[in-house]
Design a protein around this ligand. Sequence first.
Ligand SMILES: [Zn+2]
Length: 507
Amino acid sequence: MDKKKLFTVMSLAIGLGTLTVLSDNTKINVSATDTSSVQKFGDINNDGFVDTVDATAVLIEYAHLSTSGKGTFTEVQTKNADIDNNGLVDAVDSAYILSYYAYVSAGGNTGFREWADEKINSSRPSTTTTTQSVQTTVSNSTTTTTTTTTVSGISKVSEIRLSKTEMKIEVGKTDISYVTMLPESATNKEEVWTSSDEKVATVDKWGNVKGVADGVCTVTVTSVDNPTVKAEIKVTVGKGNANKVSEIKLSKTEMKIEVGKTDISYVTMLPESATNKDEIWTSSDEKVATVDKWGNVKGVADGVCTVTVTSVDNPTVKAEIKVTVGKGNTHNFQQINGLTYVDGILVANKSYALPSTYSPEMDATTIQQFNLLSKAAANEGLNIYLSSGYRSYSQQDAIYNNYVSWYGQAQADTFSARPGHSEHQTGLAIDVNTIDDSFAGTPEAIWLENHAHEYGFIIRYPKGKESITGYKYEPWHIRYLGVEKATAVYNSGLTLEEYLGIDSYYH
Ligand SMILES: [Zn+2]
């Protein structure tokens, strides 16, 4: 653990001597008027508290002394740091400070000197040091002397294992990670718990971690016996990370530009409250289009590539722009009786509606092909069945309005189509099996993802493509395109929207 990190561990404060005042269970302030050196016993940085900062300072001094033989403490600091008064500033002193800190954290109110005197006199382990010299005759002319020093009477903790190193808790809730001090034979398995930020989570002397407010902090458990041995838990408090970027919205997710020309998509990082809205732009193929750090996309040569913007704050959050460069990459749009066909494919999404009067019923070829698909899956012991097929405009109207009354329009729009915008009204879409998130990851869902195109279907709303398709991941919703087109879409790795160069949002 680095120094900087250690020094952030200072939320609890502990005072000294009999003049201390307990303000609550975890904080004791030293009387401001008392500046005698006795009062500074253990208070290495002279801030009026004996706490983990002091313990850390002692450990660092110990490291200085043991590596270079030179310390950095003043005479007074050295005196106040030698808790057990054995003429050394070492890890044992640090352990006493930590142990006292734990004692006061748990409500103890004896002054540090008094507490330390009692502790040192009563419980200091006895040690014996044995030095052995062994003479070994290796050959008839060489004699080697080996000296072995063994300290017996103490088996020190050398490792701390935790049952969990990450926690996600809500405000007011607690969690615990179980501790194993190793080796098993260690004589003192006492532990001290500290939180790097008690405004985010507190931890008591038994290791119960409690969420205080949304945020992230580190809870550290330290061996009292051997304070250089620690283990950490990363604690995340809150349902979401309110200050982290969780979504990137783009003003356009598709671009068509000519060679040498530029275009830009405006970025909105959400939530509004996110503290770091920095972005990184990358192009999947700089031979087709480049993108600069402000998001200006420039056509280089005819072709298609993907430009991605990533949150610096939360690199799992990305958004993509499909960039088509060149004049020849246009799609064929046709409007026939109020229906939109792109490259011959009937489109129904948030951008393109079907007339309320369009009621084709379920498409016969779609059903036939689905039956073949279902049979092929059955041959592999899988059960893929049709749960929902054709829906009329008025049925969708009822379904959508129901969802709006339950969830509100904004949320309903993420999973239910407004009337006229449902693909089910085309008679070419099918929902299989449970039609809910429990279907995701099942053997059936995996098989469907890999084989649907062989029967002419695509997974219409793939994972992570919500900003493009307009819908959350729906592994159960398949769309019939015919084997040739479905295979082409499947092989492209694109959504239908990307493949056809269209968007999907309510205009
Ligand atoms: Zn569906």
